[in-house]
Design a protein around this ligand. Structure first.
Ligand SMILES: O=C(O)CCC(=O)C(=O)O
Ligand SMILES: [Fe+2]
Length: 314
């Protein structure tokens, strides 16, 4: 990425004649170069985003024993639930991550925090709105890449979204404030450097900041929060699907510098995954990567990033 800034795409032209084509060209270009973009006029109502931020604040402030009674399943299966600090380590070499999260999928109400009754419905609404926007985005992308079928990345491969047979998840993340010495700061981070796994990630962030993307190897650039925008990037399965034409970009969330006494932060990520049984093959007809099902691909990736999880240890 040679740009000094993350590009901003205006989705307002989607409904205009030729809008899909224009947007498709822009977003395909960004995903071949920068890999990350802001999108404004995305159509996801701000009050639905705020509702999840507000309800999840209450969820994260529940007593630990309540949160711990709603742990995400430890099997490889779609599951709602709480993911405590230390469960995930994305960094290489692995540093302690000061982050807790809650995974939401619409068809598992077993581990919902019923103490905050509005949480489930707020998540459901934002899940649906995020998919509505993602569908449009993915249609534009298919058009921008010259695909005949504009739904190849949308309904055709995400038919079971929100239902058994698809792993798409809305994940709410909480990064508590933490004062630390410089020495401690070397061994802790908020979210280690990683790429996402799925088709697309739609990220809603609060105004604290800390998200950074790797613009050139080893050089990270801040994704400063811009009100009214969402942040979009693709994940590894989309890079594979497009035979590395599109770029799944490394990113991380850091503590503020220089004193590292960062404010508490929250973000909401909509991680889109193809259907479990959908076979992803290189779209250009090449054999660069063998065909793989959505589920097998995700299994490989989750095993690598969860510690003491799915019956494995580091
Ligand atoms: O919290 C953020 O801003 C991003 C977190 C992230 O990249 C992830 O969970 O994959
Ligand atoms: Fe990520």
């Amino acid at each position: 990425m040679s740009q000094s800034e993350i590009p901003l795409v205006d989705f307002a032209i989607y409904h205009e004649a030729g809008g899909k084509e224009k947007l498709g060209k822009q977003i395909a270009h960004v995903l071949k170069t920068a890999g990350f973009m802001y999108v404004k006029n995305h159509g996801v109502p701000q009050e639905k985003i705020d509702a999840v931020f507000i309800a999840s604040t209450d969820v994260f402030h529940l007593p630990m024993e309540v949160k711990a009674s709603r742990l995400r399943s430890s099997k490889f299966e779609p599951s709602c639930g709480y993911v405590p600090m230390g469960r995930e380590k994305l960094d290489q070499p692995k540093r302690e991550e000061v982050r807790e999260s809650y995974n939401y999928i619409p068809y598992d109400d077993q581990r919902l925090p019923h103490e905050v009754p509005e949480f489930g419905m707020a998540c459901r609404d934002l899940f649906d709105e995020s998919w509505e926007f993602s569908k449009k985005f993915l249609q534009c992308l298919a058009v921008g890449l010259g695909q005949e079928n504009e739904n190849v990345f949308a309904e055709d491969s995400h038919h079971f979204i929100g239902r058994p047979g698809n792993f798409t998840t809305l994940r709410i993340q909480h990064y508590p404030a933490r004062s630390m010495s410089n020495e401690e700061g070397e061994s802790l981070t908020r979210c280690g450097a990683h790429t996402d796994y799925g088709t697309l990630t739609v990220l809603y962030q609060d105004d604290v900041g800390g998200l950074e993307v790797e613009s050139t190897p080893g050089h990270f650039m801040p994704v400063t929060p811009i009100p009214g925008t969402v942040v979009i990037n693709i994940g590894d399965i989309m890079q594979r699907w497009t035979s590395d034409t599109l770029r799944s970009t490394v990113h991380a969330v850091t503590f503020g510098k220089p004193d590292r006494n960062s404010k508490e932060r929250q973000s909401i990520a909509f991680f889109l995954h193809p259907d479990d049984d959908y076979i992803v093959t290189c779209l250009d007809g090449s054999t660069k990567y063998p065909p793989i099902s959505g589920k097998d691909y995700l299994r490989e990736r989750l095993y690598a990033s969860f510690t003491n999880y799915f019956g494995r240890s580091e």
